[in-house]
Design a protein around this ligand. Structure first.
Ligand code: AMP
Length: 300
């Protein structure tokens, strides 16, 4: 399954993508994480992206498409992926469509995470990342465990820091950039019939459930399809069976004879009675004798 997660910064795309990775057995591809890794490693791209990211602006489309082209070609993305943070512009969306068309693996669904503005600000300003294990927490809504059992083995405590682009001034700019560049992409996917909207407020489990519901057909929808698939061969079978049933008495007269014989007898009798008129009774007895003799013969 190839899925795109869209939504404003802080709408929870990354958190939910991490939760769905094991459910669907496909990787999360976060362009923000890829760029942050480049920054940390001090690559050429990292150096270029550094200032852009610090201001809450967007890295250019050609660079982002190159990153995605390389990443979706990795073996772990063969059966699908969850794109988190890409596409962010119309040009990226169109570039992605072309790439997927060339690969013969189109995008299956685009999910929009809907969150009110006040909640967005609360989430972003409370977001902290652990510099040791890279896990993302929220000091208001999802604080880390103390002591930490889910950090790197050498540490019993997460080392939290606030991303530079999560600071207030940058957050405002990121929200403005989202409205100006990314929001218009939603109608592109809506027109393509791919867009599904999920309310991304509430508990993490609730949101995950909603996501699963929109991404996987519910059992109520799946069942009839299964039944229909099973019914098809069943429908064919009775026809074949009925042919066999009809043939059986002919092949094994001894078995079906008890029920089958009264009918021919009655028919013969009626025909004979019609023919014979007054001497009907005599004829009836004669025919009955013949039938009984035939029965005895077939028994032997
Ligand atoms: P994120 O963690 O997804 O919010 O991304 C952090 C920052 O990385 C963004 O504010 C942008 O500066 C940059 N970035 C991530 N994804 C993209 C993208 N698809 N196009 C352009 N810039 C991006």
């Amino acid at each position: 399954m190839r899925i795109v997660f869209m939504g404003a910064p802080g709408s929870g795309k990354g958190t939910q993508a991490q939760r769905l990775v094991s459910h669907f057995g496909i990787p999360q591809i976060s362009t923000g994480d890829i760029l942050r890794k480049h920054r940390k490693e001090g690559t050429e791209l990292g150096k270029r992206a550094d200032a852009i990211m610090a201001q809450g602006l967007l890295v250019d489309d050609a660079t982002m498409l190159d990153i995605i082209r390389d990443r979706v070609a990795q073996p772990d993305a063969r059966d699908g992926f969850i794109l988190d943070g890409f596409p962010r512009t119309q040009a990226q969306a169109e570039g992605l469509a072309t790439l997927m068309r060339d690969l013969g693996t189109p995008i299956n669904a685009v999910v929009l995470f809907e969150v009110g503005d006040a909640e967005l600000v609360r989430r972003i300003s409370g977001r902290r990342t652990c510099s040791l294990c890279n896990k993302v927490f929220n000091i208001y809504t999802a604080p880390p465990q103390v002591p930490a059992t889910d950090c790197v083995p050498e540490s019993s405590e997460h080392q939290l820091f606030q991303r530079k682009d999560d600071e207030e001034a940058t957050v405002k700019e990121r929200l403005r950039v989202y409205d100006a560049n990314t929001r218009p992409v939603l109608s592109y996917y809506s027109d393509a019939g791919l867009l599904r909207t999920v309310s991304a407020e509430g508990s993490l489990d609730e949101i995950t459930r909603r996501l699963r519901d929109v991404l996987v057909p519910s059992p109520a929808v799946r069942k009839p399809a299964k039944k229909a698939a099973k019914k098809a061969p069943k429908k064919a079978k009775p026809a074949a069976k009925s042919r066999v049933v009809r043939r059986k008495p002919a092949r094994k007269p001894a078995r079906g004879k008890k029920k089958a014989t009264p009918r021919p007898l009655a028919r013969k009798v009626r025909a004979a009675v019609r023919k014979a008129g007054k001497s009907a009774r005599r004829v009836v007895r004669k025919v009955a004798r013949k039938v009984r003799a035939a029965r005895r013969k077939s028994k032997r």
